[in-house]
Design a protein around this ligand. Structure first.
Ligand code: ADP
Ligand code: AMP
Length: 214
């Protein structure tokens, strides 16, 4: 099962991708998580990516595509995967299609988690990320048991630098300009499915399971 999650930053792609990965037994591959892990480890890739991420800009395609194509070649991807945050531009989508075509494969589902901009600002402002395991919460919609502490690993939660209000607006503009055209791209490819991402998390997941099958 090969799945792409589409949607604005903060729409709930990561939240749903984790649940899809668990239910269908496939890896959750988030390019944002990969970059954040590289930043934490202080790699050269992390240092390069950070300069773009901090400004709310996309990391250049050439730093992203090879990384993902390599990842998809790993053993745990033979039964499929759920891609979260990739592709984010038409050239990335074309490169992905080309890499899959070489293997005689095709993307199967592009699921657009549809949330209007006015809800996004609240979603991202309230998002809290664990510095230890990367788990994501929301101060109102998905709070931890103890404020500021990760339920999963006990580490501290932070507001991501790029979730600060001044960067959120920039990321939304970038989304509309560079990523939203992928909705038409995958619609034309006949694999686009949309879900109403303003519903509660469980209801969004139920809608996705209806699409993917039990
Ligand atoms: P994305 O991966 O698309 O950037 P996330 O999955 O991290 O988005 O979700 C953004 C924020 O919104 C998180 O704090 C998450 O807990 C919260 N969230 C996700 N889905 C919903 C939902 N259906 N209703 C309310 N809040 C949600
Ligand atoms: P995310 O965690 O998906 O919200 O991604 C955080 C940031 O990482 C984005 O704002 C971009 O700067 C960068 N990023 C993640 N995935 C990509 C991608 N596929 N292409 C370019 N930049 C990306």
């Amino acid at each position: 099962m090969k799945i792409i999650m589409l949607g604005a930053p903060g729409a709930g792609k990561g939240t749903q991708a984790k649940r899809i990965a668990e239910k269908y037994g496939i890896p959750h591959i988030s390019t944002g998580d990969i970059f954040r892990a590289n930043i934490k480890e202080g790699t050269e890739l992390g240092q390069k990516a950070k300069t773009y991420m901090d400004q709310g800009l996309l990391v250049p395609d050439d730093l992203v595509v090879d990384l993902v194509v390599d990842r998809l070649g790993q053993d745990d991807c033979t039964r499929g995967y759920v891609l979260d945050g990739f592709p984010r531009t038409i050239p990335q989508a074309e490169s992905l299609d080309a890499a899959l075509a070489k293997l005689g494969e095709k993307m199967e589902y592009a699921i657009d988690v549809d949330v209007p901009d006015e809800n996004i600002v609240n979603r991202m402002g309230g998002r809290r990320a664990c510095v230890g395991c990367g788990a994501t919460y929301h101060v109102v919609f998905n709070p931890t048991k103890v404020e500021g502490i990760c339920d999963a690993c006990g580490e501290k939660l932070i507001l991501r630098d790029d979730d600060k209000p001044e960067t959120v607006q920039k990321r939304l503009t970038v989304y509309h300009q560079q990523t939203q055209p992928l909705i038409d791209y995958y619609n034309n490819a006949g694999i686009l499915k949309s879900v109403d991402g303003t519903m509660e998390m469980d209801d969004v997941f139920d809608a996705i399971v209806k699409i993917l099958g039990e």
